[in-house]
Write a protein that binds this ligand. Sequence first.
Ligand code: ADP
Ligand code: ADP
Length: 237
Amino acid sequence: MISFDGVEVTYPNGYQALKGISLDIPKGQFVVIVGLSGAGKSTLIRTINNLVVPSKGEVRVGGRSITRARGAELRKMRAGIGMIFQTYNLVKRTTVLRNVLSGRLGSAHPMASLLGLFPKSDLLMAHACLQRVGIPEKAYVRADALSGGQQQRVGIARALAQQPQVMLADEPVASLDPPTANAVMGDLKRITREDGITTLVNLHFIDMARDYADRIIGMRAGEVVFDGTPDEATDQV
Ligand code: ADP
Ligand code: ADP
């Protein structure tokens, strides 16, 4: 579903953040990327939606090069890739429902959200996404009135509303206390599995990776230093 072919990233200041990554990630796999801060995890994830453009090599999603895609084709490919962020990136002063609906706006006119013009099917879908992340009753609450765990559930619901084939999560639970972090990771895994979504999650800590990953990829200084199952990771990472 996702393949990296000799992907190198050199930032404008000359720093080489990825040093030739080649990986194949099959459809439906739940992959956790672990490594210390600065290892290149965020950079790797961002090449998948072409937010970071490789200096060499390419990334293919569903068999098509997103690295080479431009214009309408790039927008269409990005619409199939949900993103979840460490600090949620919600619009704080508006409702949870509107935040979730913003995941549906790829093809709609930019003014639609301001005017409250959503197709009824999108509204129903947004409510269904909130149901799936366990906070259906929060639809009309302001996003910034929610706890951290609830805000990240909104982040997941917003990504789900895109009906993505791929989900990318950059340190999604790093701002949460351990019990909440576990609950959110459990929900993310369950929901992406139910929908057959191929998922990549960056985590700081190997313990949590072992509990949830189908596959663990360990990174250090821009290279893959481990690639295996949680069982294989026990002694090596
Ligand atoms: P994290 O490690 O959580 O990804 P960082 O603080 O490393 O957060 O990065 C925050 C932002 O700053 C990112 O957009 C990243 O691309 C950018 N950034 C990180 N390091 C540098 C750097 N040395 N020069 C310029 N931008 C950087
Ligand atoms: P991680 O997610 O594992 O913390 P990152 O991918 O954020 O790692 O960063 C990898 C390295 O690239 C870090 O040393 C970081 O400072 C550097 N970096 C990230 N973004 C930029 C940028 N925009 N410009 C220069 N260096 C960057």
